[in-house]
Design a protein around this ligand. Structure first.
Ligand code: EPU
Length: 444
């Protein structure tokens, strides 16, 4: 086990290039099941989640080869249609192999998926939609697996009851080789979905966004190989933008996606922080002075993404006054609060007044954790101090690193395997900007 040792107080300055997006890379790896040809993928981030996904695909029969950030994948013949239970519990996207396996091999066995444990995270919307395409699905509580079979998946019109990012992508991966036309209504609008569509179309699929929340897929008989470059990771850009602001520094981001971060950049500017567009894909984030408090509410894209609220909370601990966060996508995404309190942050939960929570919230209201809250009040500004901390999930992990960067004294952070899931060697990159951060072997 490893820890981060971080001494706060440095102002971060310099240039950084954004890595390929984890939440695209994981799905692109699944595309290798859709063809017997080679896929060559550039800008693959070297992350533990990506390796875990490669292990899943290797277990099914896909061969892969890494050369730095380039990955080549080839399906040389499927030998197995079952995703191991332990991997399913670790990585939510492992269930996405279901579409290609059903479309090409007629069966799939997938565990109830996991990923960062942000509440219960069921896949009922995926399962219902696959059933509408003709899949027969049985959940066996004895073995914890969904057993799916389909003679042929058939296109139909699917209306997602609520937004689902990976649900939309799972259905795309099922529909590309289905018979006939599938129309996904209330489909996710995340730009990461569009990057997946770009690759699938380059492989010969016929997919079109026919309205902002509608995707039409004409099934084809087969797909071929392609080369693709993974889009840059928007969550990483937000992390560096917040790092620049809270350390009163200035970070120039290359491979910037600022145009897909509108709700974030609007809120960032309202705090008094600066954003300078240097060119189409280069953005400078900087700040000096005391931030103005800004309330945010998380929403599916194009809103303020749920992945950004935890770093935002650290930012708001530095603002002069009171701010609020209302989390509407997940029923449990405040695991960082206890940890920030250890550093002196003044955070209190509240229950926002919502008329129809069953429809208002993106998660299933029935999955709500009793006595949990969807709102957080932050009183600032607070001088954070050092602490011994533990990361509970990926974005909460990045949040604790940010907090430690501005805390007085030396903090030690455990559980850093969480951040390795989504940020490649974050400590080296922060050090290149002037941070005092080291990865140490945990003493036993
Ligand atoms: N949900 C259900 N049933 C379903 C599908 C979703 O109840 O069948 C609930 C979820 O539990 C959640 C909400 O609906 O409360 C939204 O779920 P969605 O399917 O949109 O999210 P996701 O696909 O599980 C992806 C990203 C998340 C990101 C969200 C929002 C991946 C691998 N994960 O999750 O990223 O926060 O979309 O954009 O793409 C991260 O990178 O740290 C991360 C958690």
């Amino acid at each position: 086990m490893e820890t981060f040792v971080i001494t706060g107080g440095s102002s971060l300055k310099g240039e950084i290039s954004i890595q390929g997006a984890k939440n695209v890379a994981l799905k692109i790896i699944v595309c290798s099941l859709l063809t017997d040809d080679e896929l060559i993928i550039h800008d693959i981030p070297l992350l533990s989640d990506v390796q875990c996904m490669l292990d899943v695909l290797a277990g099914l029969g896909v061969k892969y080869k890494h050369s730095g950030h380039t990955l080549s994948l080839r399906n040389t013949g499927i030998t197995n249609v079952t995703v191991p239970l332990d991997v399913g519990a670790r990585l939510r996207t492992s269930s996405m192999v279901v579409g290609p396996l059903l479309a090409r091999y007629g069966k799939a066995v997938i565990p109830n998926p996991g990923g960062c444990r942000l509440g219960s995270r069921p896949i009922d919307r995926h399962i219902d939609a696959l059933q509408q395409m003709g899949a027969a699905i049985e959940y066996d509580p004895q073995d914890g697996y969904f057993h799916l079979t389909a003679k042929k998946l058939t296109g139909t019109t699917i209306v997602f009851p609520k937004n689902t990012h990976t649900g939309t992508e799972t259905l795309l991966l099922a529909a590309v080789l289905a018979t006939g036309t599938t129309v996904l209504k209330n489909a996710a609008e995340e730009v990461e979905v569009d990057d997946l569509i770009l690759l699938l179309n380059n492989m010969g699929a016929q997919i079109k966004r026919t309205a902002s929340r509608e995707i039409t897929i004409h099934g084809v008989d087969s797909l071929h190989g392609a080369t693709h470059t993974v889009m840059p990771d928007r969550n990483e850009e937000v992390t560096f933008a917040v790092a620049a602001a809270i350390t009163r520094g200035s970070i120039t981001v290359h491979k910037s996606q600022r145009n897909s971060l509108r709700y974030f950049t609007d809120a960032y500017r309202k705090t008094g922080a600066h954003i300078r567009a240097i060119d189409e894909t280069t953005t400078e984030y900087s700040f000096s002075g005391t931030p103005i408090p800004v309330d945010i509410q998380t929403m599916p894209h194009p809103g303020f993404m749920t992945d950004w609220q935890a770093p935002w909370a650290v930012f708001m601990t530095q603002a002069a006054g009171v701010s609020h966060i209302h989390e509407t996508v997940f029923e449990s995404r405040f695991a960082y609060v206890e940890e920030l309190r250890k550093m002196g942050a003044d955070l209190t939960f509240f229950e926002p007044h919502v008329h129809h929570p069953e429809t208002y919230y993106n998660f299933n209201w029935a999955d709500r954790i009793p006595d949990s809250f969807q709102g957080l009040t932050i009183h600032g500004p607070t001088k954070l101090h050092n602490a011994i901390l533990t990361m509970h999930d990926l974005r909460a992990g990045a949040t604790l690193v940010l907090a430690a960067l501005i805390a007085q004294g030396q903090s030690i952070i455990h559980g850093i395997e969480q951040i390795d899931r989504g940020y490649e060697r974050i400590e080296d990159r922060l050090r290149s900007l002037g941070a005092s951060i080291a990865r140490k072997k945990e003493e036993v």
